[in-house]
Design a protein around this ligand. Sequence first.
Ligand code: MOS
Length: 750
Amino acid sequence: MSDITLPARPTHMRMGSSIGQNLTRREGVLKTTGAARFAADNHPAGMVYAAIAGSDVARGRVTSLNVDAARAHPGVIEVMTPANAPPLAMDPDAKLHGFMFRLDLLQNDRVRYHHQPIAVVVAETLEAATEGAALLAPTYEVEPARTDLGADDSFVPAAVGAGHTASESHGDVEGGLDAAVVKMEATYDTPAQYHNAMEPHSIVVEWQGNTLSIDMPTQGFAMTQGRIAGLFGIPAENIAIRSPHLGGGFGSKALGVGPQILGIMAAKLVGRPVKLVLKREQMFGPVGHRAPTRQTLRMGTDGTGHLTALSHHARTATSSFDDFFEPAANSSHSLYASPAIATSHDAVRLDTGTPMFMRAPGEAPGSAALESAIDEMALACGMDPLVFRLANYAEYEPTTGKPFSSKALRECYEQGAARFGWAKRPMEPRQMRDADGMLVGWGMGTAVFPALMFQGQARARLLRDGTGVLEIGAHDMGQGAWTGLAQIAADALGLELDQIEFRSGASHMPDAGIAGGSAHTATAGAAIDGAGADVIGKLADLAMNDARSPLFGAGNAGVIARAGRLYRRDDEARSESYGEILARAGLDDIEGMGTGAGDPVLRSSYAMHAHGAVFAEVKVDPDFGQIRVTRLVGAFAAGTIVNPRMVQSQYYGGMIWGVSFALHEHAVTDKRSGRVMNANFGEYHVSVNADVPSIEAIMVEERDEHVNALGIKGVGEIGITGTVGAIANAVWHATGIRVRSFPITLDRLL
Ligand code: MOS
């Protein structure tokens, strides 16, 4: 006889059909009619307006501000400068962990970058505050700005990205390069880029004694509460933050930025509610950006087109006063099967705002360089770029040797290539023209992004009337969290979507973790699923232990929760509604909690990534060098697709970022002054509808048993990876000119 261990609680199934439904955004009507309330739409009684005065110089000291002139302006209430800023409980230059950024909160007269806040004017109207800020007419003691990415005082950072080691080496890279039959080496430049969400950073804030009532866009409630709590010396639970909708975040709204904290300080100073909204130009400095990179790729292959070594080095930049390092080289860790892979980073300090997580941090510039280099290597081997990639397909993660939790990249290649018509691509460049004489080029790139999870919680409640409530402090940045997470919630509770109330977007709810790293649906979804399992388990216990219930004695078989009823798993003829169970137990409701996080054992056993393949067609004017992307086909595999429409939209968005990266975005710094010369949407170009005539995203089927219980990987950022290289490679194919500096502009093709 063997010992049989009975589970503490039988496994109950929950069945639903909401996940996978192709719903439109549930808040779509609110948004299109203007009823959705974004942070800056709030106007508490007695509210006044704050305007930031930003530095005109990148490095030095403020020597004077004409505070009297600003104060004398009609409507101006107060001018906040280092002289009268409310004291903080914590030095804004302290850094307790890697997710804490040093802030400029008027702690002194130093200027560390262009557009750094140097004063805040509070007034009865926005106009008066803005005019007051203009009247400050600052003077400076200016020091020469450091702007050179190639400066020779570089250093190796202790960590890059979110705490990854700066250098890794697997196998004998130099030996592999020496032994190679074909070799390539090339250096690629990517520029500084700024997040530029459509909604600028803003805050509407009111102090009530020792508590704070805040409307602000945030990608992370607990992190933001914690930062504010530390700076003002109040408990985090005294800080209520509402953030039901964000007009984009892209990483820059995760942690609470300096200008938002200045709004809280201003409210304290004047003793009234304050609204502070950044002007577009003020988003080029104090709220993060993507640092420039200079990346050198070295590769070798044997006589059959198989890699013998891959080396990827990235130089990047951070600010003079804080540390964030774009982990660009790490994009070479997981994609191509090379027996030897080395990645490394170094960095210089420049007089800029501190860079930050931005739209596929690391992978976006890293894959731009890697996918360009792979194209160059394929060409050197005389191989079609897709054939070359398939020859070097990684069956195991090459740097760790781990199996992939799932990897349908081969299917992505096949389906994307078929849809695009890749088989008709001539090997040589400059072979195709359209009817107007434009040069036509086709290129491709591989997309990859890790399937991350953070940690989040959710609360589920079942009510006596048969409906359910799911609460989670999640973030809808426009990606569709109100919709996708509600779909998960319905299935988690065994209810139809219209039987549940989904509550989200506020800090008093269970924290969902950061909406970033393309991990929000997986993390929040797992928390929601767990909360549903918990509450259904409790409900089943009530029924199964009650002799009056048809479920009595269901025992280890457990129950199935479906459409608001529990069914015995071993006899579905016996069932009872949620409401009946609660009523008999004399309960109005029953509550469960869930936590979403990656399983540490599975996460250390498997490599977890989403994958994709992007195919691009460009047309280039042979006389003027003007480049247009005329066709993009992306095929992505990212596990369970919670809502195809939302996911397709995420893929489109990512690919359009890719067009933006490849051809448009470029923050231009004046080498002499360190000023950002194009801090506006007239001159800092982002791709718009007209820049992408045809775009398709194929959702390749993939089931992942290990990544989390629902099999969800991320879809938010993968679209930008692969796309940049695909476009660069298409430009080469159209013109025969290899541009290794982004963005690719027409002057480089003349
Ligand atoms: Mo993203 S850069 O993790 O919001």
